[in-house]
Design a protein around this ligand. Structure first.
Ligand code: HPA
Length: 235
């Protein structure tokens, strides 16, 4: 089974396949948003809206452990996540897609592991799944590779932070990619992300950032994003 974690602007996907069921799972970490299980291109897919329908949960309040635990429990082995991001590079602009190959984790107040009672250090030499990355990068207009910087949010960044992230080699900046990628690795699931650039990061962008422009681009590009995921699953 394939898991899809829908980020900002993607709250439902079952209409693209044949719906089998919808359910919220109770996990040791709490209850998940409603997950829809459907058939697409002969594969079973479990879709979970990361922020819950209606974008109820801001990035720092998402129950990442419950979401990942539930997908594992449903039998998911491979996860495609979508993330809205700001671009740290002038050459990558709003509307572009990026499939990151590495990350920098600047989150600070989120439960970030399943292993609080046991000493486990997962390997992160290759943080994102090569197979899913290559399936996602097959569509035209997708930038293959980049460094995803995850901030705690929910505020946007300062100009000095953006300069720091650029100096450190960041490509895009978002608030939801971590600890999700790490939790998936801890439960031995293959995980990759397709990022949609909604804006130039603060201070690169000439105007003040608003969440409205993020939603606007997500809306505009939603169908392209779904097509990329659809092609990756068909692969
Ligand atoms: N910064 C952080 N997260 C984001 C951004 C941004 O500029 N755009 C969309 N998510």
């Amino acid at each position: 089974m394939i898991g899809i974690i829908g980020g900002t602007g993607i709250y439902e996907m079952a209409e693209y396949g044949r719906l089998e069921r919808r359910e919220s799972l109770i996990t040791p970490y709490g209850k998940t948003p409603e997950i829809s299980v459907f058939k697409l291109h002969g594969r079973r897919v479990a879709f979970i809206p990361r922020h819950s329908p209606g974008h109820d949960k801001p990035p720092h309040m998402v129950n990442y452990r419950a979401n990942i635990w539930a997908l594992k429990e449903l039998g998911v082995r491979q996860i495609i996540a979508t993330n809205a991001v700001g671009s740290l590079k002038r050459s990558i602009g709003p509307g572009d897609f990026v499939v990151p190959h590495d990350f920098l984790d600047f989150t600070r107040s989120r439960p970030s592991t399943f292993y609080d009672e046991k000493t486990v250090h997962v390997d992160m030499t290759e943080p994102y799944c090569r197979n899913i990355r290559s399936a996602l990068s097959g569509s035209s207009g997708v930038v293959d590779g980049g460094v995803y910087v995850c901030t705690e949010g929910p505020r946007f960044e300062t100009p000095a932070e953006i300069r720091m992230f650029q100096t450190l080699g960041g490509t895009v900046v978002g608030m939801t990619g971590l600890p999700e990628a790490v939790l998936a690795r801890e439960l031995e699931m293959c995980y990759a992300s397709i990022c949609l650039v909604s804006n130039y990061a603060a201070s690169i962008s000439p105007s003040k950032l608003t969440i409205d422009e993020v939603f606007e681009i997500m809306d505009e590009k939603k169908n392209d994003l779904i097509d990329i995921i659809d092609a990756a699953i068909r692969d």
